[in-house]
Design a protein around this ligand. Structure first.
Ligand SMILES: CC(C)(COP(=O)(O)OP(=O)(O)OC[C@H]1O[C@@H](n2cnc3c(N)ncnc32)[C@H](O)[C@@H]1OP(=O)(O)O)[C@@H](O)C(=O)NCCC(=O)NCCSC(=O)/C=C/c1ccc(O)cc1
Length: 345
């Protein structure tokens, strides 16, 4: 797995001390908003303009992350065989995946899949799909790209919609990219993490807790106040089931952790529930602090941060877990093995 995160956009506000967020980056700056003052009002028909803007900017942002991931991978872009692209910020076909393939000069036979509206679980889903593709197609090299722009669903405050304020307070823009493959080529490819096993769980009867819908005024998203507690009640079962499936018994504090920082409360709940030491969620908290919740792209930033922490010797665990949460409520869980540890065995 080769990882790279990318931020195009301009720096945004500081949303307050309780959020755990110090800065975020957004494409929709004051100038653009000045040109589209109707974006502030979700009752006005702005979807066409938002989709036009996103159709240009989403693949460009993805391309800058992907170009860096490909450069670090060390092989030419033409060696990419598959592309899995996740975004909630689209709304037309051909989609951002085709434009990204063209911007990167991928081969015309590249096999493309777009994941749309998977929200914050999209990064986990895209990585699991890439794992399946890589393991089942000899020599496959899968480019995973997640690119999110909040402009598709940014509104001003509205009476009775506290979740809009929550969204404006925690969401940010960003893109991440990863190259996934099996059987690395010696001396050229230097894997970072092995994706050992992955599961997807849907929490029963929670389909109304995180929702998004394309409306004439933009992407209308709703995140209920119950989300952190629902995750807290279900996460440990997912972890136990996942580790039992591969016959590994794990002490939570002996693992490294890449939890999607959907909000500060979610990280607090996970830390408390699993009895994790304060450093265990440091990568997730840093990404939340520096970039906010960039939906699907966020777990890629967390993995990127984790590999930096590993390089500095701040995280030494051999096995780890990545978790991402999105509409469903869907929990994507993946057991990871640090590639440096593989070589030592
Ligand atoms: C950092 C927060 C936002 C605030 O923390 P706090 O400052 O300690 O304050 P409170 O938690 O006590 O909340 C302050 C107020 O906000 C209210 N509130 C608190 N969450 C809410 C609420 N979801 N609604 C509506 N009022 C609320 C809460 O009731 C309270 O109201 P009040 O008592 O009247 O002051 C914290 O609540 C927090 O981290 N919440 C979790 C955020 C969360 O659920 N994140 C989403 C995870 S899932 C995801 O990321 C998917 C996104 C997605 C993206 C794109 C897609 O296409 C699809 C999906």
């Amino acid at each position: 797995m080769h990882i790279c995160g990318e931020l195009l956009c301009k720096m945004f506000s500081c949303p307050g001390k309780n959020s755990g967020i110090e800065r975020r980056y957004v494409h929709l700056d004051e100038e653009l908003l000045g040109a589209h003052p109707d974006f502030s009002d979700r009752a006005l028909p702005t979807l066409d303009a938002r989709i036009d803007m996103a159709s240009a900017a989403v693949p460009e942002l993805a391309a800058s992350a992907a170009a860096r991931a490909i450069a670090e991978w060390g092989r030419p872009a033409a060696d990419v065989t598959h592309l899995v692209f996740s975004t909630y910020s689209g709304g037309k076909a051909p989609s951002a995946d085709l434009r990204l393939a063209s911007l990167l000069g991928l081969r015309p036979t590249v096999s493309r899949t777009i994941l749309s509206l998977n929200g914050c679980s999209g990064g986990g889903r895209a990585l699991q799909l890439a794992k399946e593709l890589a393991e089942n197609n000899r020599g496959a090299r899968v480019l995973v790209a997640c690119s999110e722009l909040t402009l598709i669903g940014f509104y001003g405050p509205q009476e009775g919609r506290l979740d809009t304020i929550l969204g404006n307070g925690i969401f940010g823009d960003g893109a991440g990219a990863v190259i996934v493959g099996a059987d690395p080529v010696d001396c050229i490819e230097r894997p970072l993490f092995e994706m050992a096993f992955a599961t997807q769980t849907t929490i029963p009867e929670t389909e109304n807790e995180i929702t998004t819908r394309l409306m004439k005024g933009g992407l209308d998203f709703h995140v209920s106040i119950r989300v952190p507690k629902l995750l807290k009640s279900n996460i440990e079962r997912c972890l136990i089931d996942t580790f039992e499936s591969i016959g590994i018994s794990a002490e939570w504090n002996d693992l490294f952790w890449a939890i999607h920082p959907g909000g500060r409360a979610i990280l607090d709940h996970v830390e408390q529930l699993l009895g994790l030491g304060v450093e265990k969620l440091a990568a997730s908290r840093r990404v939340l602090r520096e970039y906010g919740n960039m939906s699907a792209a966020t777990v890629i930033f967390v993995l990127d941060e984790l590999r930096r922490r590993r390089a500095r010797g701040e995280e030494v665990a051999e096995w780890g877990v990545m978790m991402a949460f999105g509409p469903g409520i869907t929990i994507e869980t993946m057991v990871l093995h640090a590639a440096g540890s593989l070589k030592e065995n």
